[in-house]
Design a protein around this ligand. Structure first.
Ligand code: NAP
Length: 478
């Protein structure tokens, strides 16, 4: 069995033993063994990053651009292989895995270009004879903590801007999916980036994550994951006076109006709610449907869902892979019971599936007759479970869509320009989709939410510089 180590100061360093990385489609398939670090490995990685920072932060932008471009090119050239690894360790279908790997490659290429485009401003001073320059500088050593559901794209969309703008990095991937993070680190280690600029420490959040966030040598923390862990990281960063950025959960609404094209509405609801096994922060789990189309919508959803194929993520012709872990499957199934107990009607799916291989398979679940106040409509389930809420009209649909502590993504299916325009303006979400699934976004534009879904500047696109740089204002007497 291949053993994989941490990357610290350009060396592959063993931690304290190894954990097996299991394929959620087939639990007898062990992908590899990945080392478990501790606080001493975090400390060594932070020291290495600090030592590398002075040279890297002042290195030429061409060298940085070349390195990021090389990383992006290699990921794109190996997207099939990396996407297959992703599907094998996380459970997305292989086409989804390949798509995610390609996205990671494109992100590195985008930020290779951004290395050359970091502009400042010059302004006249209000005092005659003085010039004012506003420039951006790297923040320092950035701790990056990522979740399991996008094991290569999320690391990429944090690492690439961090490096592009001259920061050094210590990254901790989700313990469930170290394979893609390790493969990415291996590519970065051969890109020409000096030793210590990028470091990978694998292990449990309670050990590595805590040590990283609390380390005095870390200047900023970029985190994606659950609200609970995010709040804890926020407290630790506030205590240590570190800059931080949190991308967290969602309870994303998908509104369907009476005037929607039924086929389009059903397709985008099925994609949003159930593709990638519903394990996307932007997945829609609340389908808010106006009363005129409601009966037709439920019937059409049931019919479409009956045709969905759940199976081994690597098998051909599969729509939905397994749930990623035993604990996530238990959580999903428990919410099915909670929904039934609350009085919602289980219209389709909802049970564990026994297939040819021993994996965490579940039939996507749809509740009808659910109420906005039910727990299944308030709490993030993070699995293939969606519920339909019947509303009177557009106004009630908008109010219901906004009635949530989250605010990541929101969608509307309608043929009315008036309602689409009003929804785009009045939805309390960071990303709004018209006649498109709530999940599925571009890599060159800002990504992020509002309310309890996000804290701090946006990720991705040019807006990433807000977090990964700090602004300096310089005055010169002419
Ligand atoms: P999670 O349990 O919060 O874990 C996220 C990361 O934090 C993991 O690397 C985890 O390590 C680490 N961690 C755990 N405890 C920690 C601690 N005390 N200190 C520092 N780090 C700690 O989230 P998840 O289950 O991996 O991912 C699912 C969640 O991510 C969902 O809520 C989803 O909505 C959210 N998400 C949000 C976005 C977005 O952009 N808004 C995108 C994707 C996912 P371990 O793996 O070792 O536990």
């Amino acid at each position: 069995m291949t053993q994989h180590n941490n990357l610290i100061k350009g060396e592959w360093v063993a931690g304290n033993g190894y954990s097996p990385n299991l394929n959620p489609s087939n639990l007898s398939d062990v992908i590899g063994e990945y080392t478990q670090g501790d606080a001493s490995h975090v400390d060594a990685a932070v020291q290495a990053a600090r030592a590398a920072f002075p040279a890297w932060s002042t290195s030429g932008i061409q060298a940085r651009a070349d390195a990021l471009d090389k990383i992006g090119s290699e990921i794109l050239a190996r997207k099939e292989e990396l996407g297959t690894l992703l599907a094998r360790e996380e459970g997305k279908t292989k086409p989804e895995g390949i798509g995610e790997a390609a996205r990671a490659g494109n992100i590195f290429k985008f930020f290779a270009g951004e290395c050359l485009r970091l502009a400042g401003e010059t302004l006249p001073s209000v005092r005659p004879g003085i010039g004012v320059e506003i420039t951006r500088e790297p923040v320092g050593v950035v701790g990056i903590i990522t979740p399991w559901n996008f094991p290569i794209a999320i690391p990429a969309w944090k690492i690439a801007p961090a490096l592009a703008y001259g920061n050094c990095v210590v990254m901790k991937p989700a313990d469930l999916v170290p394979g893609c993070a390790w493969a990415l680190a291996e590519i970065i280690s051969r890109s020409g980036i000096p030793a210590g600029v990028f470091n990978l420490v694998m292990g449990r959040g309670s050990v590595i994550g805590d040590a990283l966030v609390g380390h005095p040598g870390i200047d900023a923390v970029s985190f994606t994951g659950s609200q609970g862990v995010g709040a804890r990281i926020a407290q630790a960063c506030a205590t240590g006076l570190k800059k931080f950025q949190l991308e967290m959960g969602g309870k994303n609404p998908q509104v369907v109006l009476d005037d929607a094209d039924l086929k389009t509405a059903v397709e985008l609801c099925v994609q949003s709610a159930f593709f990638s096994t519903g394990q996307r922060c932007t997945a829609s789990s609340r389908l808010i449907v106006t009363q005129g189309i409601y009966p037709k919508f439920i019937e059409a959803m049931k019919e479409r869902m009956a045709g969905l194929k759940v199976g081994d993520a690597l098998a051909q012709g599969i729509d939905i892979g397994p749930v990623s872990s035993q604990s996530q499957l238990e959580q999903d199934l428990s919410y099915v019971e909670i929904g039934k107990g609350e009085g919602a009607v289980l219209a389709a799916g909802g049970g564990r599936l026994k297939l040819a291989t021993d994996g965490f398979y579940m039939a996507p679940a749809l509740f009808s007759e659910s109420a906005a106040a039910m727990r299944i409509n308030r709490e993030e389930i993070f699995g293939p479970v969606a519920s339909v809420i019947r509303v009177k009209d557009y106004e009630e649909a908008l109010a219901t869509a906004n009635d949530t502590p989250f605010g990541l993504s929101a969608g509307i299916a309608t043929t009315s320009l008036k309602h689409a325009t009003h929804f785009k303006r009045h939805s309390q979400a960071g990303m709004v989709m018209v006649n498109l699934p709530t999940a599925g976004v571009d890599y060159h534009v800002p990504f992020g939410g509002r309310k309890g879904s996000s804290y701090g500047p946006r990720e991705q696109g040019r807006y990433a510089q807000e977090f990964f740089t700090t602004v300096k204002t310089a005055y010169t007497l002419a």
